[in-house]
Write a protein that binds this ligand. Sequence first.
Ligand code: SIN
Length: 367
Amino acid sequence: MILNINTMRKENRISILLIAMLLVAIVPFSTAQDKKLPNIVVLATGGTIAGSGASATGSSYTAGKVRIGEMIDAVPNIRKLANLTGEQTANVGSQDMNVKVWLILANRINELLAKDDVDGIVITHGTDTQEETAFFLNLTVKSDKPVVMVSAMRSASALSADGPLNLYNGVAVAASPESKGKGVVVVINDVILSAHSVKKMLTTPVHAFQAPEHGQLGTANFGQVEYFHNPHGLHTTQSEFSVEGVKELPRVDIIYGCADVSTDLMELMIKAGAKGIVIAGVGDGNINTGTLEAAKRVTAKGTHVVRASRIPIGQVLIHGEVVDTKWGTVASDELSPQKARIVLMLALQKYGNKMSREKLQELLINY
Ligand code: SIN
């Protein structure tokens, strides 16, 4: 039917004009909120991905300068992948990440993912402690919807900044139905890595992140997502840990093993408030006899001590050169000292220091 506006009554002409004006007002809204696209919330915490420096070719920069809206707007076509909403949870270099922000993040993610109109989460983060935040969230998020962490090795103002493509790929991974049930993943340098297995292996190059024991879960190439494997370890909906209403976690400290390490560290840490200790031991989680004797004393009084290793790749065996039952220790199995610390903090929060050695050992193996 063709309407001739000139032959219409004045009231009808006005109504059509009003409807046309309304449509013009709605169009930008429906482009921004495309019903066919998933709704992804981006939680920004800072890091080099949000970093800026005076020179594009200099190595010096300050992390956590660029805010989330600016970061999203800098990525071409990112809004074609998903409807994006940004929230600035923190804006720090991840060397300043802390348990307080972890608890805020976990609780906010659980709140968001409980909504029918939120399909996934992307977290922007510094690379230095990214694997710890990923692992903490892997154990405390209560949803099988995608949760993806992205970061960058080069600041936003650097020549060949890697952040924009990592963010683009991270959103593509969060928008992919294939990412459901994979736990928290890290997307960087075109690969998808599980929170359980991801490790920062190199200090500065863009291929710093690897999963040396289990390999990458998949790839994300200019938004094309492909998975090859499922993650190791229990995660998210399978996890027994919850941080709902939790305001702090018990303090757990790490002793770094080396030749002639001071043997009074463990008791000094406990005196300062530590409720559990992780040893980043040498080799297969070994440590000098003086520190093992300290472990025997403190475990007898109820403080848990976990043996992990300062070596980046491989397992710490139960009853290796160190016989754990003799010293009261447990072994971290596949977990790095910093990830074993997270299991111990959550376990102490849930079960208290009356938890048996056997229970703690089981948790370290399961997660
Ligand atoms: C940081 O972890 O915040 C600084 C280093 C980085 O993001 O690459």
